[in-house]
Design a protein around this ligand. Structure first.
Ligand code: SF4
Length: 380
């Protein structure tokens, strides 16, 4: 059911349902949904604090001028509901975002009131706080003490797209990037402290989200910004939210972002974060309009760089090994461990380390004396 369909039948008692559904545009987690936290999948209660907003973001169902139900949680009530769901074992965590119903500080104070009240009940579950652009620096310390993950949505890959989509959310650099920098700095400082409780202190890192396809943005812009967010700023996670047109918004006639575009961006971002790829690695893959092809970007990179292959698994570095299509960090680590005791010269050697299927698939990219296997795979 869409937000508009819910709005036609909504009653006051449906607040939990509505505000949870309303949080669906933030893709970092999904309502009571499985979300990754500290390497585990956990069911989270995901909700907005309110759907009342003073802003007019072009893509948003809750933009000020759009008619839709407006509801607000009373912080202590939301804390109580969350605690009860947690005690009943229905959730392991809580994700709190919000619309901007007065100003950022007003929203942050209510977010903090909620999480403070929740922690005061003895709740030690996971908390993910999505802060508002322009959040005051003086709140950051308490936010990271209470939450396990903290972020501010970037919404766009650059300031031009940001101003087009979010005309009254402040400046891209001042209102969002600077806030992310403050949070990262505070989290880094907290890591050096010795007396930390078992929860909070943004142990699961800092994250952000960009909307894809709501403006004339291209994949190359998202990839460059993603590299900067991971490598320079030190974010733990960059999420992409494929644009979906919402009726009665300025972008209602714009086509939705294809799920494949969001998926290829995720694949590219993991290559940057975990595999040592740089944004420049993708410069040769994107087309002249800056879009990725709808294929595995690592495979596309390998095809554009035949001179990098085949790779000698006996001498290659970890990063050279994870550049091989189909080889992920787990297989790469197994190869590095195995070669301490064996030479990987034949397919049979490699099969013993990563299995026959994977060996057959990586055949064209590694140096093996079994020419038949290598040539057979190349012809596929
Ligand atoms: S600030 Fe923008 S994106 Fe957030 S709820 Fe308001 S209109 Fe929507």
């Amino acid at each position: 059911m869409t937000v508009d369909e819910v709005s036609r039948t909504i009653k006051k008692t449906d607040k939990l349902h509505f505000l949870r559904l309303s949080a669906r545009w933030d893709r970092s987690v999904v309502p009571i949904y499985e979300a990754a936290a500290r390497g585990k999948c956990v069911p989270l209660l995901k909700t907005l604090l309110t759907s009342r907003c003073r802003n007019e973001c072009a893509y948003c169902a809750f933009r000020a001028g759009r008619k839709c139900p407006r509801m607000t949680w009373e912080p202590r009530k939301l804390a109580e509901i969350t605690k009860n769901l947690w005690e009943e074992g229905k959730i392991m965590g809580f994700f709190l975002s919000s619309s901007v119903f007065k100003d950022s500080d007003f929203v942050t104070e209510r977010q903090l009131e909620t999480v403070r009240a929740l922690r005061n009940t003895g709740y030690t579950g996971y908390v993910h706080l999505r802060l508002m652009p322009d959040v005051g620096q003086h709140y950051i310390r308490e936010v990271i003490e209470l939450a396990d993950r903290v972020g501010v949505n970037l919404e766009a890959p650059n300031k031009e797209v940001f101003s087009e989509l979010c005309p009254d959310k402040g400046g891209f650099e001042e209102s969002v990037l600077k806030r992310l920098e403050w949070i990262v700095r505070e989290v880094r400082g907290a890591k050096t402290e010795t007396t930390k409780p078992k929860f909070g202190f943004a142990g699961a890192g800092v994250d952000t989200q960009m909307i894809v396809g709501a403006a004339e943005d291209n994949d190359w812009q998202h990839i460059q910004t993603t590299e900067w967010l991971y490598k320079k700023l030190g974010l733990k996670r960059v999420y992409y939210s494929g644009f979906e047109p919402v009726p009665k918004t300025p972008l209602e006639r714009r086509s939705a972002c294809p799920p494949s575009r969001e998926y290829r961006l995720y694949q590219s971002s993991f290559l940057i974060r975990d595999y040592g790829f740089t944004a420049d690695s993708f410069a040769q893959i994107v087309d002249d309009k800056g879009f990725l092809p709808n294929v595995d970007p690592k495979l596309a990179f390998a095809k554009m760089n035949p001179d990098l292959f085949p790779i000698d698994l006996n001498t290659a570095t970890y990063h050279e090994i994870v550049q091989i299509p189909q080889i992920g960090p787990v297989a790469a680590k197994k190869i590095i461990e195995a070669r301490k005791s064996i030479k990987i010269r034949y397919a049979a050697n490699l099969e013993r380390v990563i299995g026959a299927n994977l060996t057959r698939r990586v055949g064209p990219y590694v140096e093996l004396k079994d020419k038949r296997l290598t040539n057979f795979s190349k012809s596929k």
